[in-house]
Design a protein around this ligand. Structure first.
Ligand code: MUC
Ligand code: MG
Length: 367
């Protein structure tokens, strides 16, 4: 069960359609595949998505921190020693997706070693999650057309709409068009990725007051401490902290400071070990949670659904699990499918997925 080697492999897979939002844009999945090898010949996998506009990480930076700092700290530990591993990884500040991928690859190796699915080891609440689809910036017609396609092809009825543009009417027009086209039964919520000021956000939310939004996420920067607290007091739906609350301490700070009333949990940045800490903290504080998406590929989405389906509170709202649908290809031997608005966990040992060697050879950037 001892970890004997860690690989960090860069790859690039283009998106068919880039995802645009207030803090950035993703055209290619330029991720890092992390593979953890144990002395028994078991291999655990996970992927790290560099998001410089959110965490400051880059593909080369993730590889460097894994190879030079994190891998030497975990080699020699058994895959059961996750608490010791977490303590060692915590000595390095930042680098959330690098640490998360390593953590999840170790969980995958643990599940494969025990011949049990990770989702059952984590909690085993259910075997599926309802899916929320994220709509990136475009004009109203194109965003409505995408939502209708997601409904027709995948049965998805929950949509997170990216907002935060200037003028804000570009976005409020989209949300209004979506509500008019899709009717009262779909769930709609908005994510500003800090694009608006607090007062712009309050005005836009007032303008959309009749559109029955379920949540508002990161509309303005949490760094504008008093403005953000003021805004959260104005808004009459749960206000989700995403990039402002990436650790248990940040969740505590943002919530007790009045800057958030709900939390986005992303396995891509908190892995399984710290995501459980965040979730349990949210349970203790009585907060709603949403499983978020770091614009994950299929492997990252498998991780998110394994975690989300494992716990009751994470299943109460649809999870953001569909960004991989816009990728031109992926690395798994058996592609994920979203049917009837649901994504199922994989039943096999560990994460229940295998990497297609030919695809990895084709898309990897280091050979
Ligand atoms: C999201 O929920 O914000 C875009 C930026 C990021 O960090 O994550 C994505 C989606
Ligand atoms: Mg967000």
């Amino acid at each position: 069960m001892k970890i004997i080697a860690v690989e960090a492999i860069p790859f690039r897979i283009p998106y068919r359609k880039p995802l645009k939002f207030a803090s950035g844009e993703v055209r290619d999945a330029e991720h890092v595949l992390v593979r953890v090898h144990t002395a028994d010949g078991v291999v655990g996998v996970a992927e790290a998505p560099p998001r410089p506009f959110t965490y400051g990480e880059t593909q080369r930076g993730i590889i460097a921190v894994i190879e030079t700092i994190l891998a030497p700290q975990v080699i020699g530990l058994a895959v059961t020693e996750r608490e010791r591993m977490a303590a060692r990884l915590e000595r390095t500040v930042g680098n959330p997706t690098a640490k998360a991928a390593l953590d999840m690859a170790v969980w995958d190796a643990l599940g494969r070693t025990l011949d049990l699915p990770v989702t059952q080891l984590l909690g085993g609440y259910t075997d599926r999650m309802r899916v929320s689809h994220m709509l990136g910036f475009d004009d109203p017609g194109a965003m409505v057309e995408e939502a209708e396609r997601m409904q027709a092809d995948h049965g998805i009825n929950t949509f997170k709409v990216k907002v935060g543009r200037h003028p804000a009417s570009l976005d409020t027009a989209v949300v209004r068009a979506l509500r008019e086209a899709l009717g009262p039964d779909v769930v709609l919520y908005v994510d500003g990725n800090r694009g608006w000021s607090a007062s712009e956000s309050a005005r836009a939310m007032r303008e959309m007051a009749d559109l029955d939004l379920a949540f508002a996420e990161e509309l303005s920067p949490a760094d504008d401490v008093l403005g953000r607290r003021w805004l959260v007091g104005q808004v009459d739906v749960p206000f989700i902290a995403d990039e402002s609350a990436t650790t248990p301490a940040e969740v505590t700070r943002e919530v007790l400071g009045g800057s958030a009333t709900a939390i986005s949990i992303k396995t891509a940045r908190t892995g399984f070990t710290t995501s459980q800490r965040v979730l349990h903290l949210c349970e203790g504080l009585g907060l709603e949670v949403v499983m978020g998406n770091q614009i994950d590929g299929q492997l990252g989405s498998v991780c998110a659904v394994a975690f989300g389906a494992a716990h009751r509170r994470t299943t109460l709202h649809a999870g953001e699990l569909s960004n991989f649908l816009d990728m031109s290809d992926d690395l798994l031997t058996e592609p994920l499918r979203i049917d009837n608005g649901e994504l199922l966990v994989r039943p096999g040992a560990g994460l229940g997925v295998e990497i297609d060697d030919d695809k990895l050879r084709h898309y990897r950037l280091d050979t």
